[in-house]
Structures are given as C-alpha cells and as structure tokens.
Ligand binder design. Structure first.
Ligand SMILES: Nc1nc2c(ncn2[C@@H]2O[C@H](COP(=O)(O)OP(=O)(O)O)[C@@H](O)[C@H]2O)c(=O)[nH]1
Ligand SMILES: [Mg+2]
Length: 278
C-alpha cells in the first residue's frame, strides 16, 4: 500500500557534483594545455633564432660567402635579384643554421627587415679593397641597417652585427709577413666610422644626409640608428648603442703563398664565429 520509496535527491546529487567537477576539470586541463602550448612555442621561438643574414652592397662578396659556407666552395653567379637561402648543418648542433644572402640592390636590400626578428646575427659584407672609393654608398647602406636594428622593440633580443672586411686576399701589405686580415679590418672600420660620423654630424647639424649618399637612392629622410655614448656622441662602433659589433677579416680566395705568418684570409673566422655564437 505504501508507495515505492522514490529517492529524489540522493542519486542526482552525485551526478550534479560530478558534472561540475567535470567542467572544472576540463577547464583546468584546457588552461594547463594552453599554458604548456605557450611555453613550448616560446621555447621553440627562442631556439629558432638561428638565422644569419648576409647583407651589403652588390659585388661585395655575399653570394661567394654564402656558397662557401653552404657548399664549401664558391659558385659563380650573376648579380641576384632574389635572396638565396639554405641551411648549414654544424656538427654537435641540433638545429641547422639558416643562411640568407640578401640582394644588395637598393630597391631589394630592405627585404631583410621582414626576417629581422628571427635573425641571430647580421653579417654586413664590405669589399675591403674598394671600401675607400665607395665609402659614402657603403655607409649609407650600413646606416639603414643600424637604423633597423635600433628600431627593434626593447622586448625583443637584438641580433649581433658582424662587419666582414671581405676580399682581404686583395689587400696589399707593405711586408709579406703582414696579417692582411687585420689590415683589412682596421681599414674598413676606420673608413666606416669616419663616414658614419659625417652622416651623424650632418644630421645633427640640420643638413640633409642625402648629399652624402648615392644620389640614385631614394633614401628615407631622418634615419636614426647612429646613437653613441661617449664624448659628443661621436660615432664609434665600440660606443654604438645598438649593441656589440664584431669585425672579421674574410676571403673566399686563399693565397698560394699563405702560411702561418702571412695570413691571406679565408672564410674560417666567420665559420668559427657561427659555430661558437649561433
Ligand atoms: N679576390 C676575391 N674576390 C672575391 C672574393 N669574394 C668574392 N669575390 C669576387 O667578387 C665578385 C662579386 O662577388 P659576389 O659574391 O657575386 O658578390 P655579391 O654581389 O655581394 O653577392 C665576384 O667576381 C667574386 O668572384 C674574395 O674573397 N676575394
Ligand atoms: Mg649576390
């Protein structure tokens, strides 16, 4: 006669708790997975900064350096209108190093800015043998690179700037035992510092810098990037506020007379730097 006991709340209550728990648990799992994803992709992003960009005027030797690094020998090419890109495997390194040879043509050379955030280093190639003659044009190009580096937001790491005093096999030394690689570096550094200081002082004096560069270039006015600490803000690479600048003497043409005393140059200093720093 008695109606059947109908427990209403008892069986439902564990169901209710478990669905809430389920929602909370899945939310928790979702949050944790997002956190793990962000952490892993950041780590990946950091370890992926293994890009070296080769920059500099046409004919300075970028493609020769590129092919020496990647293929181990120079491949004869014509002036390229496209970037060359390849990977370099280094023993003992997990990730290959990407090397990109950016054309030096004034209308194409700014391409490098697209990959600046993933670059570990920029190697600006200068023909040490003709640097004096082409000083104004080279400095104008380098100025745009310095400007781009200094425009990187402070939250991002800065790439290292290498300046390669290249073709040092062509440097004529006064004595046969002279280190032509060191001579090339000193020559290129002195010429560039003098020319960049001219640009800096003419800018701060209000005169347009266009007159100092290549008149065929449509140079952007008011390029920055020449800020230096030190007396009067004079441009010196060692005082440059955009970070460390490393100078290396290189050549892709070894000399037959090269021995330990007369260093005629090779690509080895660059290869060593890459192995140690990228
Ligand atoms: N003597 C000498 N010539 C070089 C060296 N590197 C490149 N060259 C020559 O310089 C010219 C321009 O080289 P290239 O790599 O095409 O320059 P890019 O326009 O900057 O890519 C070519 O004729 C090369 O053979 C070097 O180390 N020594
Ligand atoms: Mg080239």
């Amino acid at each position: 006669m008695d109606s059947e006991p109908t427990p209403v709340s008892k069986p439902e209550s564990p169901v209710l708790i478990s669905s809430q728990t389920l929602i909370l648990a899945s939310l928790f799992v979702a949050v944790i997975s997002v956190a793990i994803f962000i952490f892993v992709s950041r780590r990946k992003g950091q370890s992926k900064r293994n890009l070296l960009l080769l920059l500099g005027p046409s004919d300075s030797g970028k493609t020769s350096i590129f092919s020496s690094l990647v293929y181990g020998h120079v491949v004869q090419t014509n002036t390229s209108m496209q970037a060359n890109s390849s990977f370099l495997n280094i023993q003992g390194k997990r990730d290959p190093i990407q090397i990109v040879d950016v054309p030096g043509h004034p209308r194409l050379r700014d391409q490098f800015k697209d990959s600046l955030s993933s670059a570990k280093a920029l190697a600006f190639v200068v023909d040490a043998n003709t640097a004096s003659r082409n000083a104004a044009v080279i400095a104008e190009h380098l100025h745009s690179v310095l400007d781009a580096i200094m425009a990187i937001p402070p939250s991002q790491p800065l790439p290292t700037l290498l300046i390669l005093a290249h073709k040092c096999d062509l440097i004529k030394a006064s004595s046969s035992s002279a280190d032509t690689s060191a001579l090339a570096v000193t020559r290129v550094q002195t010429i560039l510092e003098r020319e960049l200081e001219r640009r800096r002082s003419s800018q701060s004096g209000g005169m347009g810098v266009e007159a100092l560069g290549d008149e065929n270039n449509d140079e952007k006015p008011n390029m920055g990037g020449l800020d230096c600490s030190g007396p009067g803000g004079t441009f010196r690479f060692e005082n440059w506020e955009g970070g460390e600048v490393v100078f290396l003497g290189t050549s892709v043409k070894g000399s037959e007379v090269a021995d330990e005393k007369s260093v005629k140059g090779s690509i080895a200093p660059l290869m060593d730097w890459i192995e140690e720093n990228i």
